[in-house]
Every structure is written in structure tokens, then in C-alpha cells.
Design a protein around this ligand. Structure first.
Ligand code: SIN
Ligand code: FE2
Length: 204
């Protein structure tokens, strides 16, 4: 029994300390090739507080004029994103059993005082594929709501190494990150929390 929407799953400490370290090394290498950047809200151009980069053949971004979208190249350097690390693709296969792999792994870096407002991941053509998300570094308060904005939410504290899967009904439910417990983990060299989110974008 849980109060989360159908299809929501939480795997506490799926990745052990060594694997978390390996993932942080992979992120460091990935952002050497494709540095963290700031995206902006569609239309208003308000900057988002969470810095982002991507792994994969498609990376997610947003700017004032063209809004949310997937692009094969980093918007500032024009270079491709680094490939999705094998450890993450193996995770995808393990927890989703989905027959095709994700093209995108978003890298979100939550620094001190940052959060992420309620949203649905809704920029993908493949609506059947789950979303798989990994937490590294400082813990976060993740809030899961329902299909309507502003409804009741249920909070869950996510720790480094935790994995969350949003499949089924939960795939199209609002979710947010309301707080980062800044400084509770020393895993991220420059501090804060890294969230990795894998998504299948195109129809198989
Ligand atoms: C997101 O929904 O894009 C990020 C979730 C998280 O940081 O855990
Ligand atoms: Fe999301």
C-alpha cells in the first residue's frame, strides 16, 4: 500500500557508494564536454535556478523563444552531449524492462537554495516509456501530486543513490522538488545535489 499514483516506484540506495562515485565521475566528464548551462522559461524568459546539462543523443533544454525541447547539441558550444553511461542504461533495462533505451539523460544540478516547481514531463512523443530518475549528493524533498496542478501531494525524501521510476499513471502526474538538504552529503565536489533523469523521447 502506498499513496503514490500507480506506476510510481522508489528504490532506496539502488546504487552503492562506489557506484555513486562512478556516476559523479561520469557527470564530471560529461560536463567537461557539455558544460552546465541555465535554461529559461518559455515566453517569460525567467531563468531556472537549477543548472543543467545532458547525456545522450538528445538533450532537453528550454529558452524564451522556442520553449521546452530536445536538441542534439549543446546550445552554447554546438557540440554533441556525452553518451549515456552504461551503468545508467543498465539501470533503465533493470527497472523498466522497456524494449527501447532512452535517448536523453538530463543532468540537473541543484545548488544551495534551488528547487524545481511542479511540472509534468510532457515533451516526449513516446508516452508509454517510463521516466527514471537518480539522486546523487545532498538529499531532496521530492513531492508527487496527481494529474491536476495544485492537488494534494505526497513528499518523499530522496537520498544519494536512490532511484525513482514514474511509469503508468504516475508518468503524467505533477511532481516537484521543494527543498534541498544542502550540505548533508559530501559526494558532489562543488556541493549540492545532482539529479539524473532518463527519458525516451521518440517513438520506437
Ligand atoms: C525533474 O522532475 O525533472 C527532477 C526531479 C528530481 O530532481 O528529483
Ligand atoms: Fe520532471
Amino acid at each position: 500500500m502506498n499513496d503514490f499514483p500507480d506506476g510510481f516506484a522508489h528504490y532506496p540506495i539502488y546504487f552503492d557508494a562506489d557506484q555513486q562515485q562512478a556516476l559523479i565521475e561520469a557527470v564530471r566528464a560529461g560536463v567537461k564536454q557539455a558544460p552546465f548551462f541555465i535554461s529559461h522559461m518559455p515566453r517569460t524568459g525567467t531563468p531556472m535556478s537549477v543548472a543543467l546539462s545532458n547525456f545522450g543523443t538528445l538533450g532537453w533544454m528550454s529558452d524564451k523563444d522556442q520553449g521546452y525541447r530536445y536538441v542534439p547539441h549543446h546550445p552554447a558550444t554546438g557540440k554533441p552531449w556525452a553518451p549515456i553511461p552504461k551503468l545508467l542504461l543498465d539501470l533503465w533495462d533493470d527497472v523498466t524492462g522497456y524494449p527501447v533505451q532512452p535517448e536523453c539523460c538530463l543532468i540537473n544540478w541543484y545548488k544551495e537554495g534551488t528547487k524545481m516547481g511542479a511540472h509534468i514531463d510532457n515533451d516526449e512523443q513516446d508516452a508509454k516509456a517510463p521516466v527514471v530518475s537518480i539522486s546523487l549528493g545532498d538529499p531532496a524533498m521530492f513531492r508527487m501530486g496527481g494529474p491536476q496542478r495544485g492537488g494534494p501531494t505526497k513528499g518523499i525524501k530522496l537520498f544519494s543513490g536512490d532511484v525513482v521510476v514514474m511509469a503508468g499513471a504516475s508518468r503524467f502526474c505533477y511532481h516537484s522538488v521543494s527543498k534541498i538538504f544542502y550540505g548533508e552529503s559530501a559526494l558532489v565536489p562543488k556541493g549540492g545535489r545532482i539529479n539524473l533523469t532518463m527519458r525516451r523521447v521518440n517513438l520506437p
